[in-house]
Write a protein that binds this ligand. Structure first.
Ligand code: PMP
Length: 381
């Protein structure tokens, strides 16, 4: 089988398991304990924190808070930061193509008296900086724009966005779930105040994440309890998960230059091959895109049928965001780049990872060609 859905779930790197397993099976102690086991657990957590901080060039390891995943990081960043700073303004702004775990907290803030504005993107999915300049006002506490989009792979001009946000508003939150570990991120260079990372997307365990919070920025917890993780994420630390995420961050940083080049070459061959199929088009930016991300749309066929068809040939691909695939609604991302409802349904996303090779490309192209041909033959459209 050929697995091309790394953006939905990444296989955990065996080196991560080697590093973290002792903390599941033996080296266990509550990090709040002052006895030897506790101190060892605490020091393992702090080492992991340092590795995550290094990956994004954070100025201080204490600016990293471990969470239970990207969804939780996004909730603390958007909802927690807006609520904590409500006396300085009650407006939040996001791009139209954010993940649902950013959009829903932003919408929910309206119940607490916030106004919420979304900023459109161009047909390649790049945020409209003029519209952003108008949307961000002095009472805007949080503006959230993702580093790169999970459905169309487009990388946003974050540094420019940071400058615009700081000219008028307060804090820039960046969801780097899909960009983390894939392309260099530097929170200081890019003027990022809060940044979301997913542990699994780095090759670490599912259900782990981190939030970078620039020193001096205040946020408030979405879950209350014993005050762990600077009070923002109470609950006994997930030692196995945190050590695993730290090791994944270390490996991602070390392997990034090589993997980035290797996967981009496979991606480009996939794109070149798929675009020779009839009525196939690339979605997202042709060049400013994630190195492991290829996304397409096909006229007159349904994404779910493409997914099943490809699976028949032993190839796992995505159609839209895994998080909304249950609802079968047209993707808000594809609608935002200007596609009609009918066009937005025939989407196929291939996201690459360590197991993929150039040698797999012909089999993927064969599967796509046959799948599209069969589906077109039976389409009522
Ligand atoms: N943000 C983005 C951009 C995503 O693609 C995802 C899903 N992979 C999430 C947030 C949420 O991640 P999780 O389901 O791991 O919390």
């Amino acid at each position: 089988r050929i697995y091309l859905d790394h953006a939905a779930a990444m296989p955990v790197d065996p080196r991560v398991i080697d590093a973290a397993l002792p903390y599941l099976a033996g080296k266990v102690g509550n990090p709040s304990g002052l006895y030897e086991e506790g101190l060892m657990a605490k020091s393992a957590i702090e080492e992991a924190r340092g590795r995550v901080a290094d990956l994004i060039n954070a100025e201080d390891t204490q600016s990293i808070v471990f969470t239970g995943g990207a969804t939780e990081s996004n909730n603390i960043a958007v909802r927690g930061t807006a609520l904590r700073n409500a006396r300085t303004g009650k407006k939040v702004v996001t791009s139209a193509i954010e993940h649902i775990s950013v959009l829903n907290p932003a919408k929910d803030l309206q119940k607490s008296g916030f106004t919420y504005a979304t900023v459109p993107v161009d047909p390649w999915g790049v945020v409209d900086c003029e519209a952003l300049r108008e949307a961000v006002t002095p009472d805007t506490t949080v503006t959230s724009v993702m580093y790169a989009n999970n459905e169309i792979g487009t990388v946003e001009p974050i540094r420019e966005i940071g400058e615009i946000v700081h000219e008028r508003g307060k804090y820039l939150h960046v969801d780097a779930t899909d960009a983390g570990g894939r392309i260099p991120i530097d929170v200081q260079r890019d003027g990022i105040d809060l940044l979301t990372l997913s542990g699994n997307q780095l090759g670490g365990p599912e259900g782990t994440g981190a939030l970078y919070i620039r020193p001096g920025v205040r946020s408030q917890p979405v879950v209350l309890g014993g005050g762990q993780e600077r009070g923002l994420r109470s609950g006994t630390e997930d030692l196995f998960g945190i050590v695993g995420m730290g090791e994944a961050a270390r490996i991602a940083a070390a392997d990034m230059p090589g993997e980035r080049r290797r996967l981009a070459a496979i991606r480009d061959r996939l794109i070149e091959g798929i675009l020779t199929l009839e009525e196939a088009a690339l979605t997202g930016h042709p060049t400013d895109r994630l190195p492991h991300h290829a996304s397409f749309r096909f006229s007159r066929i349904e994404g779910e049928s493409i997914q099943l068809g490809m699976d028949f040939f032993g190839v796992a691909v995505a159609t839209g965001s895994a998080c909304t695939s249950r609802t079968l609604e047209a993707s808000h991302v594809l609608l935002a780049i200007g596609l009609a409802h009918a066009e937005a349904h025939g989407s196929m996303i291939a996201t690459l990872g360590r197991s993929n090779t150039t040698e797999q490309v012909p089999a993927v192209l064969h599967a796509a060609r046959e799948t599209v041909k069969r589906l077109r033959a039976i389409t009522p459209l």
